[in-house]
Design a protein around this ligand. Sequence first.
Ligand code: AKG
Ligand code: FE2
Length: 320
Amino acid sequence: MTHMANSVGWMDRAKDDPEVVKLRAHLEKNNGITGLEILKPDDVEHAVKRFHRDGFVVIGDVLNNDQISMLSEGCNAVINEILAMDADRQGNRGSHRYSFGGSSMTRSQLHRPEWQMLLDIPVVHTLLEAIFGSPDYILRAASGDFCLPGAVDYQPLHADVRDWADDRFSKFSAFYDPSGQISIRDLPTPYICINFLPQDVTRLNGPTRQIPGTQKSRARIPGLTEEPEWMRLSTVCPAPAGSIMIRDTRAWHGGTPNVSDAIRSIPNLELYAPWFREPIVPGITYQDFKKLSERAQRLVQFSVVDSSEELDTSTTMRAP
Ligand SMILES: O=C(O)CCC(=O)C(=O)O
Ligand SMILES: [Fe+2]
């Protein structure tokens, strides 16, 4: 067991600061999407419908207890390395907020066995194949996020893909319509993120907020000062450890306050639709690749380091 003090957060804003106490009471009472459905792993048809309607869906009982412990220990090991480099808890996604991938030179944690384990969960493939309508989706990265107790600020709502209709000269543009008629939001989902929950996600520990049905919206995403309260409370909780959250990365979402006593981690796999690509940074050695199942090898085929090259997996606060 990797031990970790859960007092790793809270510094400038005290746990019993009156504003924090007030926020905690407010969240305890009001946080969470009303009637959030947690589907069963074999409820594939329903999951696909929900995903296309809402831009996300939650499935329970995907990880067993051994997988939950392994993933949780893997997260804690990485978190310990990152926090050792960030005494002030400045984070790399806002104060007390971090990206697992953004903290590795590979922009990924695919070199770790705990994230490799996620590549080989049959129900995940059944769901992805049903959503993409094809088995030929490809891994982009194995990453995720965590927030510490004391992450009291909201992360602004955002999408994880750019809307290329507004950003047409980006050198990373993989989709660009010169006539300006079609944007990435007019297409089927280009890229999915699956977050795996190694602990319960509660009203208080920083549940991700998801705004249902925004994956195809062309509206401007509201900033923190214009965001209505119902959106701030539109969080994916309560959800038990072992669940997964499957997200269309175009849907509006963001981090929320962690005013609990414990770290909340949401390690992930990020997957491109068969027809969509952006540059992929290799994250797994050929030796590790050879140990994976055939199914997992197909998934990571563009993430393997050439056998003659070294993989720099060192921890950094800001990946290149
Ligand atoms: O931590 C979360 O709940 C969401 C984080 C996120 O969406 C991001 O950093 O892109
Ligand atoms: Fe995000």
